[in-house]
Design a protein around this ligand. Structure first.
Ligand SMILES: C[S@@+](CC[C@H](N)C(=O)[O-])C[C@H]1O[C@@H](n2cnc3c(N)ncnc32)[C@H](O)[C@@H]1O
Length: 361
């Protein structure tokens, strides 16, 4: 037997499926891998080739191409299967979302860059005023493009830079009110203990157990919810009905949401440092939009909002200033996997600087 081995990505290309499908297939013992000393998966080419041959005449899930069609993301009822969605990723600044018409968006959900955060955004903004200018433009543009009555959600946190704490949550709230939004709610996103990434400050008191040495470790982020005027409740759309069991079980009804944040890892598929967990746009999209509507993320990053909007059968538009993220976004949103749903999705990447679509399905 040939010893030629494939990485997960190569195995996915070889079988014509996405890497996440490879993981699912492995979990269901349809294929096997070995691990390198560094913990990376390796798949024997010979075994994959045999598998491909064997599965040719068999119905899904053994046949990879049919397996994709059988795979359903969680909590999506069959009623939504046949809805096609379209997704647009625009490489350009969200300060001017000139590609979008007034009142054309049903929901905005995003997390802006963290002001000069150590590691991720060190020195990214010249000063705090420059940062607030970006936030002001983004708030005004969000107001312009959102439909009346609709929701804008901003996940953000105060930031400690070189010993100074910046009141970002308060400033973003004020900026959104100035742009015309109503302040509807604030959810505290509580991260698990042990998931602190940037600064572990509480040790100072352990070294100096006296008054004034108290610097707590930060475990939370604010999820600010704004609304553009009042919403006229239409006839409910049955396809968008919220699963009450999930709502109760995971305590969506509280102002504190326990969600596990992503930590960057050496694993290539997860090496974008500032992504929010799927669970955040998942809850927001389900709570504030209907199937078939348009969700906007002006600071798209690795594409989490697009990914979840696609799973939940919403259309989406994302802005991202850094076009080098294209491959990371493609990987996350399963760009190459157009068979995961029976509806046909279209996805396009538009580069504003080049003035053209650089890639599309
Ligand atoms: C906190 S990250 C967003 C992470 C995203 N929620 C995810 O899950 O991957 C902020 C992103 O905004 C991008 N960004 C910064 N300034 C921007 C601008 N003016 N317009 C659009 N994107 C911008 C950064 O490159 C970064 O990828």
């Amino acid at each position: 037997m040939s010893e030629e081995k494939f990485t997960t990505k190569q195995a996915a290309e070889f079988l014509g499926v996405s890497t996440s499908t490879i993981y699912r297939m492995e979990k269901e013992n349809l294929i096997e891998s070995t691990k390198t000393p560094g913990g990376q998966r390796r798949f024997l080419k010979e075994q994959l080739a045999m598998y491909l041959e064997k599965s040719k005449h068999i119905k899904a899930p053994q046949n990879p191409s049919q397996y994709k069609q059988q795979t359903q993301p969680k909590n999506i009822s069959n009623i939504n299967e046949e809805i096609s969605t379209s997704h647009r990723i625009i490489f350009g600044s969200c300060e001017k979302m000139e590609e979008l018409d007034n009142n054309s968006i049903h929901l905005m959900v995003t997390s802006p860059p963290y002001f000069n955060a150590p590691f991720d955004y060190q020195g990214f903004f010249e000063d705090y005023e420059t940062y607030l200018n970006l936030i002001t433009a983004f708030a005004q543009e969000s107001y312009r493009v959102l439909q009346h009555g609709r929701i804008a959600v901003v996940s953000c946190d105060d930031m400690l830079v070189k010993g100074e704490k910046y009141p970002i949550v308060a400033d973003i709230t004020k900026t959104f009110l100035d742009a015309g939004f109503r302040y509807r709610d604030k959810i505290i996103w509580r991260k698990p203990e042990g998931y602190i990434r940037i600064s572990r400050r509480s040790g100072v008191l352990l070294q100096h157990p006296y008054p004034m040495y108290f610097y707590p470790d930060n475990l939370q982020e604010s999820v600010l919810i704004f609304q553009k005027g009042k919403y006229k409740y239409p006839q409910p759309d049955e396809r968008s009905k919220i699963d009450i069991i999930e709502f109760q079980k995971n305590k969506w009804y509280l102002t504190v949401w326990d969600m596990v944040n992503n930590l960057p890892s050496k694993n290539k598929e997860n090496n974008y440092p500032a992504a929010f967990p799927d669970e955040l746009p998942y809850r927001i999209i389900k709570l504030f939009s209907n199937v078939g509507e348009v969700v906007l993320d002006p600071f798209l990053g690795s594409g989490t909002t697009t990914k979840v909007a696609r799973q939940l059968r919403r259309n989406s538009i994302g802005y991202e200033i850094d076009s080098s993220l294209m491959e990371i976004i493609k990987e996350k949103i399963e760009f190459y996997n157009n068979f995961i749903f029976t509806g046909k999705d279209t996805i396009e990447f538009y580069d504003r600087a080049e003035g053209r679509i650089v890639e599309s399905t």
